[in-house]
Design a protein around this ligand. Structure first.
Ligand code: HEC
Length: 159
């Protein structure tokens, strides 16, 4: 009796494992569309606002992946459910702020976006913590923060 019960227990866990494996394989087939465009991320913004090299480099390392029309996808973005999580961050991020769209905004909307950016950086809310786990280089140093805040302050009219 003992032996039989044990055997059953093993085959049940085997079944669960196989079902999980099948689900994991199946979800690989459903892929979100990638956020990529021919023109480099942030180019329109950099050209319009005469952004310096240093500021552009920081934004490229820390912000453009979720706030532009061009995400730089890492290898694990090919694997579900990572691709979905990333897709959600990019969609939500772009909805709030898209550097590639800033040049088409009027002065009022621009001012509000720049003020939001300053606030997010000052409050250490961006880049998202989950992004920093896999992108150590995206972490803003004190110098990076100061550069960005000074730059965006120079674009706003609320001194
Ligand atoms: C991993 C993706 C990701 C990265 C990288 C990222 N953001 Fe975001 N950002 C989001 C998401 C998602 C939202 C919307 C949800 C939220 O506010 O938490 C958002 C919202 C914002 C907002 C709007 C906040 C508001 O008031 O509603 C600003 C401004 C912003 N981000 C600035 C930045 C800046 C500046 C950087 C770089 C220093 C950056 N983000 C990096 C994903 C990201």
């Amino acid at each position: 009796m003992e032996g039989i019960r044990k055997k059953n227990a093993i085959s049940k866990s085997k079944l669960v494992f196989m079902v999980l494996l099948a689900v994991l394989l199946l979800i690989q087939l459903v892929r979100p569309q990638k956020n990529t465009k021919a023109s480099p991320a942030g180019k329109a913004f950099v050209d319009t606002f005469k952004v310096g090299k240093q500021v552009d480099a920081i934004l490229a390392a820390s912000c453009y992946d979720c706030h532009s029309n061009n995400t730089n996808y890492p290898w694990y973005s090919e694997i579900q459910p990572m691709a979905w999580l990333m897709d959600k961050h990019v969609k939500d991020g772009k909805e709030k702020l898209n550097f590639d769209e800033l040049p088409s905004y009027g002065p009022r909307k621009l001012n509000s976006k720049f003020t939001q950016i300053i606030k997010q950086i000052e409050q250490n809310k961006m880049p998202l913590t989950s992004y920093l786990w896999m992108h150590e280089g995206a972490r803003l140093s004190m110098d990076d923060k100061k550069l960005l805040i000074d730059y965006f302050n120079s674009l706003t009219d609320n001194e």
